[in-house]
Design a protein. Structure first.
Length: 447
């Protein structure tokens, strides 16, 4: 029986033969590694987002006043997102040159150290302006680390998987993001039950310190998986390490890179709006803080499910139709979601964030395979990471601060924010339409 490389009928490090199913011991281990490793990294990264919405304005920017403190806190959040494309380029370079697995281990260690140190950071009241400077620096390190994480975790699943199940396999890294958000939100929510002064003094720090335990668990799992078959084939080529991946992406695949970034911005615009800005806005509007965080956790769980559904549908119908359905639905729901958030009702906020993240998952499910299928094996880590991480920068990185600014500009009215949101999704839909459908492409022959 002959097979193409993309069907991944190969032999792993233990000698187990991987057939055309995801239901093998080694394949299950690979998918678990992608999911759990990504969940831990995003626990760390998105824990910061939750803290930025309800803690850091009080702890590191209290002297600025409520409105400016929130804006400044979201500004530090953006610093991590700005660093993500750089992390994608740096880690992607080595992921395409020395292997997916090695880079994933390094990125996880980097993230764990940065997150733990944030949990130990003195406040502005204790060390002055040095506190927010250190906070921003550590956030940048987080951004670099998560910038290298997703591409490798996604490719470990996708490049091991049979051709007809690539979308589903790649989505395990994507499912890790909402799972990490769920863990982070529940961790912070638990400590918001403390008296306010205790929560702001030490309670918020505990979820950050837990990171060192989670990272240790993740490393044990991640070290047990093998390198991908497609990368092993690439290593065998004599000229595979003579080219610089970043240069190849920018010179030979600029169109696909740009379209991938614009398409992915839709995913992260929702993330920035409903899981960061809306949390802050709802709490300020009178919704109960703990209830809001619990609603966000429920929405993250729902997103895991819709991410899985979106990925499965993309393996059957194609990446583009599924993503377009989610993008257009999100544009239609923009104003209803904002009206629900604006009400100040915890129930309405719950409906808004659950709906928003459900639509995000529908787009997010196919997005891993969508980006990977835009680039050849020798630059796939770099190209997919740059597209994904740049989208996160323009989407989630700037959205909370931009939303806060548009609300101030509109005198408290959310109409201007709504129209900007709708326009973003229309542009993303056009970008998806301009790409080539990748569901039936042979990964090994993409050039």
């Amino acid at each position: 029986m002959t097979t193409t490389p993309s069907q991944t009928i190969t032999t792993d490090q233990d000698g187990d033969r991987l057939n055309d199913s995801l239901n093998t011991t080694h394949m299950r281990r690979i998918l678990a590694s992608s999911f759990i490793g990504s969940a831990i990294e995003y626990y760390d990264f998105l824990l910061y987002a939750t803290a930025a919405a309800i803690v850091f304005g009080h702890v590191f920017f209290a002297d600025l006043g409520p409105g400016l403190a929130v804006f400044a806190s979201f500004g530090t959040l953006a610093a991590g997102y700005i660093a993500r494309p750089l992390g994608g380029a740096i880690f992607g370079h080595f992921g395409d040159r020395v292997g997916r697995k090695t880079v994933l281990v390094i990125s996880m260690i980097t993230m764990g150290v940065a997150t733990t140190v944030i949990g130990l950071l003195p406040t502005t009241a204790q060390i002055g302006v040095l506190a927010p400077i250190l906070l921003i620096s550590l956030r940048v390190v987080q951004g670099l680390a998560v910038g290298g994480e997703w591409g490798g975790a996604m490719l470990m699943g996708l490049e091991h998987a049979p051709a007809k199940k690539r979308g589903f396999a790649a989505s395990f890294a994507n499912m890790g993001a909402p799972a990490g958000a769920l863990l982070a939100t529940l961790a912070v929510s638990l400590f918001t039950l403390l008296p306010e002064d205790q929560f702001l003094t030490w309670g918020w720090r505990i979820p950050f310190l837990i990171s060192i335990v989670l990272v240790t668990i993740g490393l044990v799992i991640r070290l047990k998986v093998s390198e991908t078959p497609l990368f092993k084939q690439l290593e065998a080529k004599a000229d595979s390490k003579k080219k610089i991946p970043l240069a190849q992406v920018l010179t030979k695949h600029p169109k696909n890179l740009i379209l991938g970034i614009i398409a992915g911005t839709s995913v992260y615009t929702i993330a920035g709006m409903v899981t960061v800005w809306a949390v802050s806005y709802a709490v300020e509007a009178g919704a109960d803080k703990t209830a809001v965080l619990n609603s966000k956790a429920l929405a993250a769980l729902g997103m895991v499910l819709t991410t899985m559904i979106g990925a499965r549908l993309s393996d059957r119908y194609g990446r583009k139709p599924v993503m377009l359905t989610g993008i257009l639905a999100a544009g239609v729901c923009a104003f209803p979601i904002l009206w629900l958030v604006e009400s100040g009702s915890t129930l309405n906020f719950t409906i808004a964030v659950v709906l928003g993240q459900a639509l995000q998952g529908l787009i997010f499910g196919p997005f891993g395979a969508f980006t990977a299928e835009l680039f050849p094996t020798e630059v796939r880590y770099t190209g997919a990471s740059l597209a994904y991480q740049s989208a996160s920068t323009f989407g989630a990185g700037f959205t909370p601060a931009l939303a806060a600014g548009l609300v101030l500009l509109g005198g408290g009215n959310l109409g201007l924010l709504g129209w900007v949101w709708v326009a973003t999704f229309l542009v993303a839909a056009v970008a998806v339409l301009l790409t080539r459908e990748g569901r039936n492409r042979d990964l090994a022959s993409i050039s």
